[in-house]
Design a protein around this ligand. Structure first.
Ligand code: GRF
Length: 215
């Protein structure tokens, strides 16, 4: 199921950096934001591995160009829970402090989330539009007059809930009169790129202050 390129990343000296596994499925613009923040020193973390369930994901190219080990874990005919258990094991062998779902499009069962500390990026406010196509659904709801703002959240994934779990950071985004879906989506991504880094920093700092924290 899993193929991996485990070339180890260069390590810098100094304070221990939090080790991340970043799980992706597509473009990886949020991954890029994390890579850039790690590089600039704005985020005291290193990406130990990038995992994609999609062999064609552009995020894999971003990771490779940044010299980060990658793992492709394309789902096969195996039951979901077995896939998740194997993935949890593979990620555990790398040794990470935190798993970041950054555009990962597959639900993870207890077999995975029970084994790792997991956070997820969701392009809507807490409790709003769980599931796929949240940006588009929020935009349509605004057009229908049902809402006046959307948002972005990053939350813990303590169980099998969909885009649901204790909020780490979130930000409201007011819709602008007459804006297109594309324009709104661009603004959502800009907020995401900032918030995902802020959320990782928040969680790693909490772990540093109290290593017993698990959610
Ligand atoms: C983001 O909007 C994320 O919130 C959603 O999928 C998108 C992934 O974008 N779940 P990218 O792959 O990070 O560019």
């Amino acid at each position: 199921m899993v193929s991996a390129d485990r070339t180890p990343p260069a390590r810098s000296s100094g304070e221990r950096r939090g080790r991340l596994a970043v799980l992706v499925s597509g473009n990886g613009s949020n991954l890029q934001s994390i890579i850039d923040a790690c590089r600039s020193g704005g985020l005291q973390a290193e990406i130990a591995v990038v995992v994609s369930n999609n062999p064609e994901a552009y995020a894999l190219i971003r990771a490779t160009e940044a010299g980060i080990p990658t793992m492709v874990s394309a789902p096969g005919p195996e039951p979901r829970r077995r896939y998740d258990a194997e993935l949890a094991y593979e990620v555990a062998t790398v040794g990470v402090d935190l798993v970041v779902l950054a555009g990962w499009d597959r639900l993870l069962s207890e077999e995975f989330v029970g084994r790792h500390i997991v956070i997820n990026l969701h392009p809507a406010k807490p409790g709003a539009f769980p599931g796929l196509h949240a940006i588009e659904r929020a935009y349509r709801a605004w057009q229908d007059g049902a809402i006046t703002s959307g948002g972005v959240m990053v939350h813990y994934v303590p169980d099998e809930g969909v885009d649901d779990g204790p909020t780490i950071v979130w930000e409201e985004i007011e819709f602008r009169h007459g804006e297109s879906l594309d324009a709104y989506e661009t603004r959502v991504h800009e907020v995401e790129h900032r918030l995902i880094v802020k959320a990782i920093a928040t969680v790693l700092e909490q772990q540093r202050l109290d290593p017993r924290i698990v959610t």
